[in-house]
Design a protein around this ligand. Sequence first.
Ligand code: ATP
Ligand code: MG
Length: 333
Amino acid sequence: PEVTFSGIQPTGIPHIGNFLGALSNWVSPQQTTSITKTALYTIVDLHALTVPQDPTQLRKNKVDMTISLLACGLDPATVLTYLVDLGTSTFRMCMDSKLYYANRMAKSQKKNVQSIEDADTSSGLCLGLLAYPVLQAADILLYKATHVPIGEDNVQHLELARDIAQKINKLYKQDIFPLPQPILAPAKRIMSLRDPTKKMSKSDPLEQSRINLNDLPSTIALKIKKATTDTIKGITYDPENRPAISNLVTIYAAVQGVDVEEIVEEHSASDTMKFKEALTNVLIEKLTPLQKEIERLKNEHGYVQQVLQEGNEKASLIANKNLDELYKLFGLR
Ligand code: ATP
Ligand code: MG
């Protein structure tokens, strides 16, 4: 059976990188639950604890994220609420994870490293951050995921999950875990509007680096107007030599659901300012209905709570069944 599984951290409002890179695949009809397919999407609150979190704010962020996901068109039946007992399986999987591997990944999550250092862990990396990719793997494997729609930044984490799955299958001589494969969107890595060498992130302290799903038209216009470009004339797609413009072309194409070539052809003679105006318009057009839906759902508190509650029950049901199987396999039960 096909199980599609993915997660998002409740660390703020999703931006168009999340939306075009990952969420677009979460809401696509191929990924929706059917008789032969299961689709499960979770709001990973535990993962968010790799940096300090205010409990009240975290709870609120979780509700807000649920609203954003539903507004993006996510099937409420696919929402899982997080927090099942992952401790045991994560700890077991730690035995199959090489330290240098986890270390490299933790370091590449630069924002986390900085924040943790800010939070004064005197020796830099903390154990939780190191173990974070293993927690992610434990999540994916716990639901026996076969397909994982993610942005490119998560591909190496998925490799760790595959690696752990293979090792455990081999060690216990059973095909307990399917090998999960990534599903990538054309916009798999949207870059910061201010620094095209960095990916767009919820946690980037620079607000102008991203377009949030709830940005007002005037905010979108301003952020796009101020987005980094270059001094070369015309619009081309050349990520190596023109990373900033190419990022805007990628965003444009993904919002319109067409290839980058089509956008370049249409706008090759445009100057940067005209192109930015056109991009602003398509972004506003795309996000306005979504924002209306966010506003509507904000007044549907009971409904959102119900989605979370049912997601929680569903998560416990699947997770406990699979955990039980794992405990037996590991000789813990
Ligand atoms: P944070 O800074 O808190 O880590 P984030 O923006 O990286 O936030 P996540 O919640 O970590 O968002 O990731 C949610 C999903 O969005 C993941 O599948 C991730 O790979 C994808 N994603 C994140 N940023 C981008 C991006 N810039 N382009 C494409 N996909 C992205
Ligand atoms: Mg991230």
